[in-house]
Ligand binder design. Sequence first.
Ligand code: DAH
Length: 343
Amino acid sequence: MQELADKIASLHKEIENIALQNEEQVENYRIRFLGSKGLVKQLMSEMKHVSSDLKKDFGARLNEFKQFAEAKYEEYKEAKGESVKTKEVRTDFSLPGYPSAVGSRHPIQLTMNKMIGIFEKIGFTVTEGPEIEDDWHNFTALNLPEDHPARDMQDTFYISKNPDWLLRTHTSSVQVRVMKEGKLPIRQIFPGRVYRNETISARAHCVFHQIEGLYIDEKVSFADLKQTLYYFVKEMFGAEVKVRFRPSYFPFTEPSAEMDVSCFICDSKGCNVCKHTGWVEILGCGMVHPNVLTNCGIDPEKYTGFAWGMGVERTTMMQYGIKDIRLLSENDTRFLAQFKGVV
Ligand code: DAH
């Protein structure tokens, strides 16, 4: 009798630990335990040898074992059914798809788009030029003498393979390329990345962006320059913003000026952004130097023009209240995700 009880107990254990891997194993299990010549049936037939006073007890035990063996089988059958069901679900095209991550526009691009849109409204078109330039387009044609400090090794990244090549230090080089094409009049803007060998800090970076503008036609005057830039400032920063021009020097323009806008962060009261002056410098500009026109094959007796170049980073930082320029190039998605939905 004990033998029979032990047998049931050990089969119980075996079933408890069983792990059926595939359909074939499930079927083998069924045959072994539940089939017509299976173990449950064999045990049942042993009952006749059990003395009548123990019959009731063994009957209950056997019944319990049978149910346990059957339950295990059902469990596997169901699991198999489940996996079939899952497969069906995967091919159910009516279910919504997996969400894909949507990016956002970079704040630099947002600012550039706004600036470009303003100039496009008054007829400027966009042209891009190469970031790797030669010395002539970046310096010589722009009337920058050989000994000009901007050519200094400390400011310019030269390409070691060819000392005539460099990473452009400003977008003014695109002026030269467009003028050389010889199609007049010119009314274009040139957005893009520029490079200078500067120590990276919260306010400066060795890679940044500029938007250059160039207008060349007959009888273009400084009044046209001022009116164009006044219009830009009002559109960009609002009607209340004040503007001032300061005389300046650039080799490629004569006369030259720098343009400041009243600080709209502190309402000209003085803050860190305007270095407590109430004014923020936003661009350099001037009338295109006759030497530059000549270098590019344009007759300075017949044509005049104006040009300007402005940085994009500072305006971006002012617009969005960004305190450290490095955030703009670190690709930290926690920072960038804040511009989701901004267009
Ligand atoms: N290229 C100058 C710079 O990088 C900016 C500039 C000043 C551009 C005067 C111009 C200009 O076109 O007329 O600082």
